[in-house]
Design a protein around this ligand. Structure first.
Ligand SMILES: C[S@@+](CC[C@H](N)C(=O)[O-])C[C@H]1O[C@@H](n2cnc3c(N)ncnc32)[C@H](O)[C@@H]1O
Length: 236
């Protein structure tokens, strides 16, 4: 190792907040408010603190765009409650749509999906509403996506958290939500890079293959798309 790198290493533990670098800066470990938000949901979600931090940060960013928030894939309500907190903390209420069968995975495709019908069935709409909240700005859509999008054709979205894990459901979400994202609106796919969800990645790749946005794939396994304010010219 060159001498200067050796000397740099020796100085690393003097960097401000050195204990939060593991191996790079992990701000969520040092923020009590976020930690308490994550503690509220940790027993009701499968996502890690890192993924929850990314969800929290991007949802806060999306508060700058007009439109409703939505989550497709709610299960026991963990990440939905985090979104509820983001909206509440902003001081101005906006609609939060929550889509799920609340009875487990629908049929899956054996050629691309690893999940099976009936996975995530240990939940119910009543239990989730008790945890996330029953205010009129929180709108539960129980049933099969895309059927449960019916009637929302004129709605516009600032933020969509897509956590449905399987090819057909992710494809249906992209098809309905993408054209209804407001400029600067954000799509966050929870499961793009998870080895348990190859169908989710295939659906995102297929959908965005002819769009001007390129999904940004994160180390957490999530992927992010920010809707262009204006459609960029096609690549030549
Ligand atoms: C991984 S869980 C969601 C986890 C949740 N976001 C969390 O971490 O707090 C995936 C959910 O997607 C739902 N889902 C998948 N495809 C669906 C479809 N076509 N219609 C309705 N719900 C669906 C399943 O019922 C399941 O509850």
């Amino acid at each position: 190792m060159p001498g200067f790198l050796f000397r740099l290493r020796a100085r690393l533990n003097k960097v401000p907040d050195a204990h939060l670098y593991n191996p790079t800066f992990q701000p969520w470990r040092g923020l009590p408010r976020f930690q308490s938000r994550y503690d509220e949901i940790r027993n009701r979600t499968l996502i890690t603190p890192e993924s929850a931090w990314i969800l929290y940060s991007l949802a806060r960013q999306a508060l700058g765009s007009a439109g409703a928030f939505l989550e497709a894939g709610v299960y026991r309500g963990g990440t939905a409650r985090l979104l509820r907190r983001v909206i509440e903390e902003s001081g101005g209420l906006r609609r939060l749509y929550l889509f799920d069968t609340f009875a487990g995975m629908p049929a899956t495709r054996g050629d691309v999906d690893l999940h099976k019908s009936g996975d995530f069935a240990d939940t119910s709409l009543e239990a989730v509403a008790g945890f996330v909240g029953g205010e009129d700005w929180i709108i539960y859509r129980k049933g099969l996506i895309p059927d449960t999008f019916a009637g929302l054709e004129s709605e516009r979205f600032a933020f969509a958290h897509i956590d449905v894990d399987i090819f057909q459901s992710v494809a249906d979400c992209c098809r309905f939500i993408y054209d209804r994202l407001t400029p600067g609106g954000i799509l966050l796919f929870d499961d793009y890079g998870l080895p348990s969800c190859p169908g989710a990645r295939a659906a995102v790749d297929e959908f965005f293959s002819d769009k001007s946005e390129t999904p940004l794939v994160l180390h957490s396994g999530q992927a992010v798309v920010v809707r262009h304010p204006k459609r960029a010219p096609e690549h030549s």
